[in-house]
Design a protein around this ligand. Structure first.
Ligand SMILES: *[C@@H]1O[C@H](CO)[C@@H](O)[C@H](O)[C@H]1NC(C)=O
Ligand SMILES: *[C@@H]1O[C@H](CO)[C@@H](O)[C@H](O)[C@H]1NC(C)=O
Ligand SMILES: *[C@@H]1O[C@H](CO)[C@@H](O)[C@H](O)[C@H]1NC(C)=O
Ligand SMILES: *[C@@H]1O[C@H](CO)[C@@H](O)[C@H](O)[C@H]1NC(C)=O
Ligand SMILES: *[C@@H]1O[C@H](CO)[C@@H](O)[C@H](O)[C@H]1NC(C)=O
Ligand SMILES: *[C@@H]1O[C@H](CO)[C@@H](O)[C@H](O)[C@H]1NC(C)=O
Ligand SMILES: *[C@@H]1O[C@H](CO)[C@@H](O)[C@H](O)[C@H]1NC(C)=O
Ligand SMILES: *[C@@H]1O[C@H](CO)[C@@H](O)[C@H](O)[C@H]1NC(C)=O
Length: 912
């Protein structure tokens, strides 16, 4: 078991005594033994986590060796008179583990500077014992995975000059602690609490900050309410960051500002700003200005040309319009310029070429047009160039000199071939997005030879010909979909061992078999080869080759064979689409292992089986399409409680199912009983951002939905041999938008409870054996656009009413007993629009009239997390510079060094 702390301490003391004795002869400066021991025990209580981060490569504690002078250890400073450790400087030292309150760190009473930033303390709470470092002037715990409440004892550190607790996971600060902190830490000059949850703190409590304050960073703290105006006027303020406090209001003053202000961040706040003469003339020293999505009341953009010291300028996500002011060209120090998501129009001013220090340029999502100026090719420092979603035309200029370029996004423009082969010199290019343009001809092979490329997206162009072999094996993302590529899938694709996304869909003419070599791609998350001409049988290994696979879309090919029976437990599959192939055999019962499955589409195949009851327990299944196969039977009811309770779409049409309608299931289809409040497009729940598509009969027409609204509800049991009556409980499925029971052998009357389905847009009961009258309640279905009751044995007057008056004779034809103007037949005799005894509001079916909400209550909104926005969203970046200065320019595929679950991703900030 090694040493107990005591014996270690004893032997160490003895050793140090000897060492002391020996070394006093040559030198009198060395570490006090107890301090040395505390440091060694501190070191021992953590492991060195080499995988924590690619950035941190130097574990300083490795130089800490028993028997050597601790004052000479890396990161340790001592008071040379007393031998007390007064400084511990361990940023980015790869420490991993819990920092307990019994840690020997707290024996280092004499500490004046303590920097533990950028390590991983694994959600430790910040111990109240930090409050005992009575002489501490600097405390930095930035980005070190601390969690919980900041202890109020921090306010005991009355000598603190600099405090940084920013970028930790789920750290929060109570109003009372913050109040104490502001009142007691009178020497504080720098305070960084970015991303600490301060949502209960009233901004007013900042009023008492001392006038000597120089740096205040409260980005992403959840602050709400009016920010005290006097803080803006602190005379020594150099840096102020209030970004990403969406509820923060107030007004940024235009005069009496600190004349040393160099950094200002008001992004994503509602603090009003007047970018006008007065303000500009007061910001002469400004180096960093971040006004993304800000409350800019008035602005005179050309005046920005006077801020000649600017290094970073972010004006993205505002409503700026007109030409990009050419006075920006005077800002020759600029390295970061973000004008994206505005309404800038016209051409890129060629004088932008004067900004030769730019490393980051984002002009995406504007209305810019014309050619991309060749002067951009002069920005040899550029690492990030985003020009997507504009109206740029013509060819891509020669960018061959941009040897530092890592990210190039020219997507969604009107650019044409040829693509200059000079691009082949971009040896640092990691991410290339050219999708959504007019590129044609074959894909230039040099694109496949770029040595650093890991992300290549060329979808939605007019590329033709075979896909040539890839020259490298570093690809992680490849999307060549929606082109006109042909021939086989090149075998070199299967050698990209780190490939996570492979999308070759909708080229129509990709041919050959899917080689089982594809199963070497063990990290694949998205495999979409749909809408091509692939043939042969599906490799069985597709069921279990990657535990991360979340999308498997092989629909619309000519694949044969059976569904893989190899789906293993703990797989991540969310979307499985094999629609439109020639798959035979049974529905593999191993699909039951796909507990994450949201979409299962096996439609349009040759599957011979009974209804796959076992699917009813898949807890997340939302879409089940089995249409147009050879399925039969259906006797059994639901076996499980909550069977199919999440289903939004159930399409089992065009099979040989028989027997009564599956009434038992109607009772548990809970998702069809309530509409969604929020509309999002359905997609994977992980970072792949894959948006689901599905082919479906919608209002009588076969349509491919390239996006599926989460609000959709469809029940299609048509073209089977179902018999018996329509159960009245069908009226419970209130959220249904489309109900199709046509082409069966249903008998009895049309349930008046159908009048409850107030969201119905399409109702098809045609070609059955239904009798009796059409219930007048159907007249209340105000969204109904398609009604087909034809070819039954209905009789009596067709109800009138606004909606019914819009349907023509075809909705009713083939019912000889019906009368009314729609069928040009006058009603005689019992022409009163009477009803059969109403059957839907009696008995125990009271829920039919329950509260709930209809379509009208549905609010539209886009959720966060499904779209590609996530991948290119914004984070509050980890750095000792104020956080907002940096966009998340590394996209998510490059965030391998992420050490915790959260990098404070920002919602709704992405581009598509
Ligand atoms: C410190 O406290 C933790 C948690 O309470 C405990 O697991 C650990 O053994 C303690 N260490 C020492 C040296 O007492
Ligand atoms: C704190 O600093 C004061 C003044 O320099 C000094 O007298 C005192 O001993 C220090 N306290 C500790 C615990 O180091
Ligand atoms: C303020 O700091 C002093 C030490 O200077 C400490 O004794 C006192 O408890 C602190 N007060 C608060 C409210 O934290
Ligand atoms: C901008 O600079 C010009 C030229 O240096 C100067 O004449 C003008 O007064 C400045 N405007 C502001 C608002 O500072
Ligand atoms: C911009 O630069 C030009 C040429 O260097 C100069 O004449 C002009 O005064 C500058 N404008 C401002 C506002 O500084
Ligand atoms: C800026 O660019 C324009 C147009 O390219 C050029 O005429 C001008 O001389 C440049 N100014 C400076 C200061 O480089
Ligand atoms: C490619 O596009 C260019 C520009 O639109 C056009 O001139 C050329 O004919 C096209 N080439 C082919 C092979 O379609
Ligand atoms: C795949 O990823 C691993 C881990 O990041 C890396 O070490 C390896 O070099 C990568 N392989 C290729 C071919 O890039």
């Amino acid at each position: 078991m090694g040493f107990s702390p005591l014996s270690l301490s004893q032997s160490l003391s003895f050793f140090l005594f000897l060492f002391h004795f020996h070394s006093t002869i040559s030198s009198s400066h060395f570490c006090a033994p107890d301090q040395s021991l505390s440091l060694l025990q501190f070191k021992e209580s953590f492991s060195i986590n080499s995988s924590a981060s690619d950035r941190c490569q130097h574990p300083k504690t490795e130089s800490w060796k028993e028997g050597t002078d601790c004052c000479s250890w890396d990161g340790v400073t001592c008071d040379m008179k007393t031998g007390h450790v007064t400084g511990l400087d361990l940023p980015c030292s790869m420490l991993y583990g819990t920092l307990h309150s019994n840690s020997t760190l707290f024996s280092l009473h004499h500490l004046q500077k303590l920097d533990l930033s950028d390590n991983n303390f694994n959600f430790s709470h910040i111990s109240s014992r930090f409050g005992q470092f009575s002489n501490l002037t600097l405390l930095n715990l930035n980005y070190s995975v601390f969690a919980g409440q900041v202890p109020s004892e921090i306010s005991h550190l009355s000598k603190l000059v600099s405090l940084d607790l920013s970028q930790n996971d789920d750290l929060s600060l109570e109003p009372i602690s913050f109040d104490k902190l502001v009142r007691n830490l009178t020497k504080l000059r720098e305070l960084n609490l970015a991303s600490v949850n301060m949502s209960l703190v009233a901004p007013n409590s900042l009023t008492n900050l001392s006038s000597s304050f120089s740096s205040l960073s409260l980005g992403g703290c959840g602050l709400q309410g009016k920010f005290p105006g006097n803080i803006f006027l602190l005379p020594n303020l150099q840096s102020l960051d209030l970004s990403y406090n969406e509820g923060l209001t107030g007004s940024f003053p235009s005069s009496n500002l600190s004349n040393v202000l160099s950094q200002l961040g008001l992004s994503n706040t509602r603090i009003s700003v007047y970018l006008e003469n007065d303000l500009i003339s007061n910001l002469k020293l400004l180096e960093y200005m971040s006004l993304r999505n800000s409350n800019i009341i008035r602005s005179d953009l050309p005046l920005l040309g006077n801020l000649t010291q600017l290094i970073n300028l972010d004006l993205s996500n505002n409503n700026f319009s007109g030409q990009i002011p050419s006075l920006l060209d005077n800002l020759t120090h600029l390295t970061f310029l973000d004008l994206s998501s505005n309404n800038f129009s016209g051409q890129i001013p060629s004088s932008l070429g004067n900004l030769t220090h730019l490393t980051f340029l984002d002009l995406s999502s504007n209305n810019l047009n014309g050619q991309i100026p060749s002067s951009l090719g002069k920005h040899v420092q550029l690492r990030y160039l985003y020009l997507s979603s504009n109206k740029f035309m013509g060819q891509v200029p020669d960018l061959g000199r941009l040897v530092n370029l890592s990210y190039l996004d020219l997507s969604n423009n009107q650019l044409v071939s040829p693509i200059h082969s000079q691009l082949n010199t971009l040896s640092n290019l990691g991410s290339l997005r050219l999708y959504g343009n007019l590129f044609n001809g074959t894909i230039p092979s040099f694109l496949f030879a770029l040595p650093s490329l890991y992300y290549l997206d060329l979808h939605n162009n007019n590329f033709i010909g075979n896909i040539s072999e890839l020259q490298d094996d570093s690809l992680e993302y490849l999307d060549l979909s929606n082109n006109h590529l042909r021939g086989p899938i090149p075998s070199s694709i299967f050698k990209q061992e780190n490939l996570t996304t492979l999308i070759l869909a909708s080229n129509s003419n990709l041919t050959g078999e899917i080689s089982s070599s594809i199963c070497k791609l063990r990290f694949l998350r998205v495999l979409d080869l749909s809408t091509n001409s692939l043939s042969g049988s599906m490799p069985q290994c597709l069921g279990n080759f990657s535990s991360m696979l979340s999308v498997l879309h092989l629909g619309m090919n000519n694949l044969q064979g059976t569904i893989p029976s190899t789906f293993s437990k703990d797989n991540s599959l969310e979307y499985l689409n094999l629609n439109g192939n020639e798959i035979e055999g049974k529905i593999s019962s191993s699909i039951i292992n796909c507990t994450m499955l949201q979409v299962l589409d096996l439609g349009n195949n040759k599957i011979e089986d009974t209804f796959p009851y076992f699917l009813e327990t898949l807890p997340k299944l939302q879409i089940l399409v089995l249409k147009s196969n050879k399925l039969q039977g259906f006797g059994k009811g639901p076996a499980a409680y909550n069977s199919f309770s999440k289903l939004r779409i159930l399409d089992i049409s065009d099979n040989n199912f028989s027997g009564p309608l599956p009434t038992g299931y109607f009772n548990s289809l809970e998702a069809m009983m309530a509409s969604d409040q929020i509309m999002i497009y359905m997609g994977t729940t992980n970072y792949t951002g894959y948006v689901y598509s599905i082919e479906m009969t919608w209002k009588g027409v076969e349509i491919e939905f390239t996006k599926i609204r989460s609000t959709i509800r469809v029940l299609d049991l048509s073209n089977n041999n179902f018999t018996g009556e329509i159960p009245k409980m069908i009226g419970k499925l209130k959220a249904l938008q489309q109900l199709n029971l046509s082409h069966n052998s249903l008998t009895g009357q049309i349930q008046s409870s159908l009048g409850n389905l107030t969201n119905l847009e399409s109702l098809d009961l045609s070609s059955n054996l239904l009798t009796g009258r059409i219930p007048t309640q159907l007249g209340g279905l105000t969204f109904l656009a398609i009604l087909n009751l034809s070819h039954n044995q209905l009789e009596g007057r067709i109800p009138s009413g606004e909606q019914f008056n819009t349907f023509t004779a075809t909705s009713f034809e083939g019912n000889l007993g019906l009368c009314g103007f729609q069928v040009l037949k006058e009603c005689y005799g019992d022409e009163a629009p009477s009803l059969p005894p109403s059957s839907f509001d009696e008995g125990d079916d009271s829920t039919l009239f329950g509260g709930g909400f209809g379509w009208k209550a549905v609010t539209m909104g886009y959720g966060c997390g499904f779209v590609f926005g996530v991948a290119t969203g914004y984070i509050v970046f980890r750095t000792r510079k104020p956080s907002w200065f940096f966009r998340m320019v590394e996209d998510i595929w490059n965030l391998k060094s992420k050490k915790t679950k959260k990098n404070v991703g920002r919602c709704g900030a992405g581009r598509n």
